[in-house]
Design a protein around this ligand. Structure first.
Ligand code: PEP
Ligand code: MN
Length: 447
């Protein structure tokens, strides 16, 4: 295929309706920024994307489980070494709980190093009589509620790229440089044990892992897998100018990859079959996720498979269902059943966050831990009943002790939400709630 044909295909989305794109004041500036991004080094390599695709193929076969998570919206100022380490630490702890207590290999994917753009239900926001454009993520505008901050600024796309690079660098260093070594299983918990039921429960499990490691070592086994982990990055491929500018032709295969992250997903609001996002995703070779909400029909799911994985490549397509605890038991079975009948290889993972958001009397957007858990339970029930594989969870969490979701081991109540409500967008599970969830999911997995 000639270079111009590939470029033409990669730009075919431009002729289609693209939902949720910011209106930029100065199109010339957007073009200049995109040109700069197009010259920038890749954040990930095509070979790494293929490796994730292989790992996800194991999920499709029922041999592995995905743990995908991070902030709803990363922020530039929040991308500190401490914050990144705390998120990774929590993810590693959850993964080890799932691997040990659930006896299943865990594919670890961060909603990290690129999750800087948000779709919004309302394009404007009103506060105390003042109406301004909604916050669309740090890649577009600022969270502060002032006209200056809410102006869409294309130069933020460059900052999003640099911030992603810094975050990914930290993630690579932490996961390959000894910090993710299984012998650190206690160290991840050090600042967490006292006074925390989840931390204490984890400590007991870490003790068991210690004994198992000592036993294996005594037997002469010390596999490489114990000394580091594979960690992948992901975000919603929302801003198509950004994703297109970071798409490169892989020199080995001649195929296009979006090198902004290992996996990118299409959101519930942008998954229109004839829309720009599906068109763009159909052209890149990364593993792709698609969010499916409660109004998705089985025919929608089959049509998405046709568009995004016509060749039936295992690991290429993951459906991330986000039905809501009250609807999953009715809404999910018809989709899973029809897709399974079609024989198409998809990984199914459960986002138990986005169907369970509500507003507390204090005005805080929140979620109940019990609803999150109930949606995951429903997800397992549906897959078990149909003989399909419950392939993973997708969550919004942080490694810090925030008070954004109610319930869980520490019993945060609605009146506590104001104490540490720090999210730039949706409410996240805190570290204790995340660990609690991991223990409960491990139990569901085993039974
Ligand atoms: C999100 O993941 O933050 C999000 C907006 O999800 P959805 O597209 O499922 O609503
Ligand atoms: Mn969200």
């Amino acid at each position: 295929m000639s270079k111009t044909t590939v470029a033409g295909e990669l730009d075919a989305w431009r002729a289609l309706p693209a939902a949720q794109q910011p209106e930029w004041d100065d199109p010339e500036e957007v073009r200049a920024v995109a040109a700069q991004l197009a010259q920038a080094p890749p954040l990930v390599f095509a070979g790494e994307c293929d490796q994730l695709k292989d790992d996800l193929a194991a999920v499709v076969r029922g041999e592995a489980f995905v743990l995908q998570g991070g902030d709803c919206a990363e922020t530039f100022t929040g991308s500190t070494a401490d914050a990144v380490r705390n998120k990774l630490k929590t993810l590693l702890q959850m993964a080890v709980v799932l691997t040990y207590a659930g006896s299943v290999p865990v594919v670890k994917i961060g909603r990290m190093a690129g999750q800087f753009a948000k779709p919004r239900s309302n394009s404007m926001e009103e506060r105390d009589g003042l109406t301004l454009p909604a916050y669309r993520g740090d890649a577009v505008n600022g969270l502060d509620f002032t006209p200056e901050s809410r102006r869409n600024d294309p130069r933020r796309l460059l900052q999003a790229y640099h911030c992603s690079a810094v975050t990914l660098n930290l993630c690579r260093a932490f996961t390959k440089g000894g910090y993710a070594d299984l012998r650190q299983v206690h160290a991840w918990n050090q600042d967490f044990v006292a006074g925390s039921p989840a931390g204490q429960r984890y400590e007991r499990l870490a003790g068991e892992i210690d004994r198992a490691l000592a036993f294996m070592k005594a037997c002469g086994a010390d596999p490489e897998e114990f000394h580091g982990v594979e960690f992948y990055s992901s975000h919603e491929a929302l801003l198509l100018e950004y994703e297109r500018a970071l798409t490169r032709i892989d020199s080995r295969s001649g195929l296009p990859y979006d090198v902004s992250a290992h996996l990118v997903w299409i959101g519930e609001r942008t998954r229109a079959l004839d829309g720009a996002h599906v068109e763009f995703a159909s052209r890149i070779r990364n593993p792709i996720g698609v969010k499916l909400g409660p109004t998705t029909s089985a025919d929608d799911a089959l049509a998405l498979i046709d568009r995004l994985n016509p060749e039936g490549e295992p690991g290429r397509l993951t459906f991330i269902t986000r039905m809501g605890a009250g609807r999953i038991r009715e809404a999910l079975p018809p989709l899973v059943e029809k897709v399974a009948q079609s024989g198409a290889p998809v990984a199914w993972i459960c986002d138990p966050m986005h169907g369970n958001t509500f507003e507390a009397p204090s005005g805080h957007k929140t979620r109940r831990f019990d609803d999150v858990l109930d949606e995951v339970a429903g997800f397992f029930e549906v897959h078990r009943a149909l003989g399909t594989h419950p392939g993973g969870i997708h969550i919004e969490f942080t490694g810090d002790d925030v008070t954004e979701c109610v319930g869980g081991g520490h019993e945060i109540v609605e009146g506590d939400l104001h104490q540490r409500y720090e999210t730039a967008c949706d409410p996240r599970l805190n570290r204790g709630q995340s660990l609690d969830l991991a223990f409960m999911v491990a139990e569901m997995y085993r039974h």
